[in-house]
Ligand binder design. Structure first.
Ligand code: ADP
Ligand code: MG
Length: 698
């Protein structure tokens, strides 16, 4: 007998019931049912005396006797009323439905345990439709005093599978199979975290003896769930590392050193140095690098990218950076060409608007190896673009590119080039750990020195005049201003109208020729967009009115004011990205969040968070709490959403402990072949075989 038996082996579950449970809840085996956890519990650890009942008491459990029962006529039909007494007082039990059956089956003057929602009316207490059980039956049950409530579906309820029935099934399962439940963690782990043994944990999660036992049982099961996910992710990473070979950048020589010693425009922050070390270790290892570089807007990812590319060039390889927009690619191109202009390095730019003649020249230089660094947009992915010897591909702002595109880059060479994906979208550590557990992650968690925090305020629409006044003062000082409008797909037409109305009123307030205004939105042709953006970048216009198209990466250090219209309609991460457009120069910058008076609780929290902090990771944590992990980037394809009992947000401490434990176990015993890890191995193999779990993770 073991837990992989179908649930029809459990007393009371017929073939039809089993089919229904499978169809509705996916429960097939005893193990499935054992791991089908209650989503809440009714605490029946307390008994009340009738004299102690208070009008605000909600659910109560009382021992007493029914002394009298009668039918009372009311407007429509009748109700059945029983007088219920204990040693301290008297109250009523009331039924509106099933009266005949109740009347016939209720035993007068026998002690019952009664449970239900307490009503208080005219100084009298009553319980409508109470749960009732004779004390003598109640005592016979192994059932705990905290009652599990299982998730259910309408079909199940209609088919008579009540919560009580589910409880019975699980109880029978535990009685029949308790002895075959096997421990899945090593003694060492159980001891060091003082975890509840597996059998006790399963028993207590279904039928807890007390709140305290329940907490212990849940902690144990959460740890176990997260531990095995981490074990799988980490093993997958280990296997990839040994299987997929990569180019070896063994030398750090002239290009890198020359740049580092003579042309580095500033001292690197400690975070930049640390990340660079992590990358250097990867690319020298002989394995293929697949690294995610996270760093808040303005944290200085570009210089890390450049130094990494110099490393490639030092070892005879070419390098490329792919950016999501032409503007961004152009900016990278200018910044990087400027930094290496006195070195013997060839850099070029390839975007959709590069003319055929120039394009041919680029292709030629790329193929004969004279071009060291190619920067570009999606245009890089065209088949005609063939590198002589591509060693590393850097992808900026990863959420704009799919994995397929990444893979396409790889095919340009015998071995895949190293991949460095840079993103300014902060992913909370806990989530990154569970979602990207098989990817290497570097974090630049420090801004370059001397950055002034962007001052952020929230203003209501009625304050618009003072906001205009503030804009004028800043423009007077030579600064530039962004005004951003939301663009939400479903109401595009309306958004467009908002934008145009806004543009009108701004134009009235800031008339030409004194003021010049750029406007950029999604319905414009790319060339027109580009032209308007460029005017702002060059300082020819002081105000940029735009939808969120400017969200990603534009760098205009002279822009110091970001005004966000209808800010309550933006998500937190978007607000944070938008704010990151200012505060890039030496001047004090400002972000003004405009909203209507009508704000949802969540909207209030978002705006308050923006006012309170500029730390992208803190903002991401709040975002995760508000929206749940399902809405964050990259989580859709991960297993974290299908967790049975753990929660990556609430249980982040357990997650960290589970991950560290998994790392420690694998470091000691990568194949889980030591006898002390036998239990872990067995459970691990069983899980890996279970296609459901495995496909979620891989
Ligand atoms: P992001 O991470 O958003 O791509 P960038 O690489 O564009 O950030 O850097 C933002 C600005 O900070 C650039 O103007 C860059 O020159 C500057 N910068 C980067 N690193 C440092 C540093 N260590 N010290 C001073 N300035 C730096
Ligand atoms: Mg950048």
């Amino acid at each position: 007998m073991n837990l992989s038996y179908p649930i029809t082996y459990i007393k009371g579950i017929s073939v039809q019931r089993a089919a229904l449970l499978y169809a509705e809840l996916g429960i097939k085996t005893c193990n499935d049912l054992l791991n089908f956890f209650p989503n809440r519990y009714i605490d029946k650890t307390t008994f009340y005396a009738i004299k102690d009942l208070q009008p605000n008491t909600s659910e109560v459990q009382i021992v007493g006797k029914v002394v009298h029962i009668k039918s009372v006529a009311q407007k429509r039909g009748s109700r059945l009323v029983a007088t219920f007494k204990d040693a301290t007082g008297s109250m009523e039990l009331v039924w509106f439905k099933g009266q005949k059956w109740i009347k016939d089956s209720l035993k007068i003057n026998e002690p019952y345990v009664v449970y239900g929602k307490l009503n208080h009316y005219n100084g009298n207490f009553s319980i409508p439709h109470p749960e009732m059980e004779l004390v003598k039956d109640y005592k016979k049950k192994l059932q705990s005093k905290m009652q599990p409530i299982y998730p259910s579906t309408e079909k199940l309820t209609n088919a008579g599978v009540s919560n009580k029935l589910m409880r019975n099934y699980v109880q029978n399962l535990l009685q029949q199979f308790f002895e075959v439940i096997e421990e899945s963690l090593s003694l060492e782990i159980i001891d060091s975290f003082k975890l509840m043994p597996k059998r006790d944990a399963l028993l207590n999660v279904h039928f807890p003896k007390s709140q305290e036992n329940l907490a212990k049982a849940q902690a144990r099961l959460k740890f176990e769930e997260l531990f095995f996910i981490q074990l799988q992710l980490l093993r997958k990473k280990l296997i990839n590392k040994t299987k997929i070979k990569g180019f070896v950048f063994e030398h750090v020589s002239d290009y890198f050193n020359d740049f580092y010693n003579n042309y580095l425009p500033f001292n690197l922050t400690n975070a930049q140095k640390r990340v660079l070390k992590e990358i250097r270790k990867d690319v020298a290892s002989g394995a293929h690098m697949n690294r995610l570089l996270q760093g808040d807007v303005g944290s200085g990812k570009t210089i890390v990218a450049l130094l990494t590319m110099l490393l490639a060039i030092d070892n005879g390889f070419q390098a490329t950076i792919m950016a999501p927009t032409e503007i961004l690619a152009t900016q990278h191109y200018h910044a990087i060409s400027e930094m290496v202009k006195d070195m013997n390095i060839n850099v070029d730019l390839l975007t959709g608007s590069v003319k055929t003649k120039k394009r041919r020249e680029i292709h030629q230089n790329l193929e004969d190896g004279t071009l060291h660094i190619l920067i570009g947009t999606h245009a890089l992915l065209e088949d005609k673009v063939q590198f002589d010897n591509l060693g590393i591909a850097i992808i900026d702002e990863q959420h704009r590119f799919g994995v397929a595109q990444r893979a396409k880059l790889w095919t340009k060479n015998s071995l895949p080039p190293h991949i460095l994906v840079m993103t300014a979208t902060p992913i909370p550590r806990t989530l990154a750990m569970s979602v990207y557990g098989d990817l290497d992650i570097s974090v630049i968690d420090e801004l370059p020195p001397g950055r002034k925090e962007v001052k952020t305020v929230h203003r209501f629409d009625s304050n618009r005049l003072s906001v205009f006044k503030f804009m004028k003062d800043e423009i007077e000082k030579g600064r530039q201003v962004y005004i951003v409008y939301p663009l939400i797909q479903e109401s595009e037409a309306m958004d467009y109208k908002d934008l145009m109305d806004g543009y009108e009123s701004v134009s009235r307030e800031f008339p030409s020729p004194k003021y010049q205004i750029s406007i950029v939105h999604g319905q414009m042709k790319p060339a027109d967009k580009e032209y308007e953006m460029q005017r702002f970048v060059n300082g020819e216009t002081q105000i940029m009115v735009a939808t969120t198209v400017i969200e990603v990466g534009v760098n205009v250090p002279n822009a110091s004011v970001m005004i966000i219209e209808s800010s309550e309609r933006f998500g937190l991460s978007q607000l944070h990205q938008l704010r990151g457009r200012v505060g890039r120069g030496a001047d004090q910058s400002y972000c003004i969040l405009l909203s209507s008076y009508k704000l949802s609780e969540e909207g209030k929290t978002r705006l308050k968070t923006m006012v309170d902090t500029t730390d992208g990771f803190k903002i991401a944590e709040v975002d995760l709490k508000l929206r749940g992990p399902g809405n964050l980037m990259g989580t859709q394809q991960s297993g974290v959403l299908n967790l049975k009992i753990a929660d990556v947000v609430k249980d982040s401490k357990i997650l960290v402990a589970a991950r560290n434990t998994a790392i420690a176990v694998l470091q000691e015993d990568g194949n889980l072949s030591k006898p002390e890890n036998a239990k872990i191995k067995k459970a691990y193999l069983a899980l890996s075989k279970d296609s459901k779990i495995w496909s979620n993770i891989s």
